[in-house]
Ligand binder design. Structure first.
Ligand SMILES: Nc1nc2c(ncn2[C@@H]2O[C@H](COP(=O)(O)OP(=O)(O)OP(=O)(O)O)[C@@H](O)[C@H]2O)c(=O)[nH]1
Ligand SMILES: [Mg+2]
Length: 423
């Protein structure tokens, strides 16, 4: 952890944003920034915005605004200022000198958050690489030194003179971690390839952070023919609960099984430095048979959430895959409900509203190419019977002296596998 390890005094903060043409609603982006800050126990005392035509190279915001903020900082015991826009090396240094507080930007804040959430080795590597790459050009401003033993970065306060050595060490560390990550991603790709060759279809859950993706995964798991609580994933009312993809097998009564993949949630205006890190954790989306976009109906910014999701799907090359929109948290809205994207279902995952329609919509799209076939299996092929039991949906079954006779719903893959036994 970078700044926040410095202690409790850093908790009274200001937000600053330039109103620029690409930001449609500056209060919205500041709401979101405040929510990010809150999850790190930073209290936002006030917001400052400024519309400018030209960015100030020294301080980003104009001189008058810098003075206004300085006065506010002194009057209100502010210890931290967080910018929505990314700051350069020089800007951070100048502003910290001027205000005598810690200055950081939204990207650094997101890194803090991701670093605090990362559990697995892969997630930790992803976050640390992106973080180090972002810090490298800002090294002198942040007075960061690198501690090889701790394997991380830590603030050493001003007066640090080993800047060049630190820089070379960080560069070497980035390279090593990238190699480690590459090896892990390759293993995952091989596993995926094996899954792919198997008969199970895959559904991927995507959407804005906190929309309910993991809740959806848990609900479908709980409805399994043989539910197993140990397979449930983390659900929490906070941003970035899920950091890496997790896949579970779903098998509901009267339906063929499929796999369901939960993924990291999106945020709008994702920092460029993080695009690649996000995209690499979302590789599997490209091979999904159906993408379920989960949206939070109770958010006033649902349109922005849809756009952030579409942007990310494009970035990972998954925009051509069939989509189903799930408008969740129906229990929290009254009156007219947002309609726009199709096909869609409106549900409440926690109150069990319209869950059957959601299941129907998923099954319909996933198994449209399944065909009911009569299969006769001689008893010496019990392994094939096992394949049918675990991978297909058996509608009827009976036995004779020599064989099993079944009516089964078969996917194209299973139709090929069982072609010699279909009557
Ligand atoms: N009121 C209400 N709350 C819900 C509903 N579905 C999910 N939630 C809550 O929304 C919060 C976020 O749910 P998650 O499933 O963790 O969201 P997520 O999309 O996986 O979020 P990230 O992992 O951060 O991307 C939790 O507190 C859930 O209990 C719903 O239908 N109604
Ligand atoms: Mg989640």
């Amino acid at each position: 952890m970078l700044y926040l390890a410095r202690g409790d005094t850093l908790k009274r903060a200001l937000l600053v944003a330039l109103t620029e043409p690409y930001i449609q609603d500056v209060q919205y982006v500041l709401d979101e920034l405040e929510a990010l800050a809150m999850t790190l126990d930073i209290h936002i005392i006030e917001r400052f915005t400024q519309s400018v035509t030209v960015r100030n190279a020294r301080t980003l915001i104009g001189e008058g605004k810098t003075e206004e903020i300085k006065a506010y900082i002194e009057a209100h015991e502010i210890t931290m200022v967080i910018f929505f826009q990314e700051l350069s090396n020089t800007q951070i240094r100048n502003l910290e000198d001027l205000w005598d507080v810690v200055v950081l930007d939204r990207t650094l804040l997101i890194f803090e958050l991701l670093a605090s959430r990362a559990q697995t080795k892969e997630a930790k590597l992803l976050v640390s690489i992106a973080q180090l790459e972002y810090l490298l050009p800002r090294l002198s401003a942040l007075s960061v030194s690198f501690d090889r033993q701790q394997g991380g970065i830590g603030l050493r306060g001003p007066g640090e003179t080993k800047l060049e050595r630190s820089r070379r060490k960080i560069e070497a560390t980035i390279q090593n971690r990238k190699n480690d990550l590459k090896a892990m991603v390759e293993v995952r790709a091989r596993n995926r390839q094996q899954r792919r060759q198997g008969p199970l279809k895959n559904v991927a859950l995507v959407g804005y952070t906190n929309a309910g993706k993991s809740t959806l995964l848990n609900r479908l798991l709980a409805l399994n023919e043989w539910p197993d609580d140990s397979k449930q994933v983390l659900v929490k009312d906070q941003v970035f609960s899920t950091l890496e993809t997790q896949t579970r097998r779903i098998k509901h009564a009267n339906q063929p099984p499929f796999t369901l993949t939960d993924t990291i949630g999106f945020v709008s205006h994702l920092p460029k430095t993080l695009h690649q890190a996000f995209a690499s954790t979302l590789e599997e989306l490209k091979e999904a048979d159906l993408i379920v976009v989960v949206l939070d109906l109770s958010s006033s910014y649902i349109q922005e959430h849809i756009e952030a999701t579409n942007t990310m799907l494009k970035l990972v090359g998954a925009e051509a895959i069939e989509r189903l929109y799930v408008f969740n948290k129906l229990d929290l809205v009254e009156g007219s409900v947002y309609h726009g994207q199709t096909p869609s279902v409106h549900v409440s995952l926690t109150e069990d509203l319209q869950l059957d329609r959601l299941l129907e919509a998923i099954h319909e799209r996933l198994f449209y190419d399944c065909v009911s076939s009569r299969v006769h299996l001689p008893y010496e092929h019990e392994e094939l019977y096992y394949t049918l039991k675990t991978q297909a949906h058996i509608l009827e079954e009976s036995t004779t002296d020599t064989q099993r006779e079944l009516l089964v719903k078969l996917s194209p893959y299973l139709q090929r596998l069982f072609k010699d036994y279909i009557q």
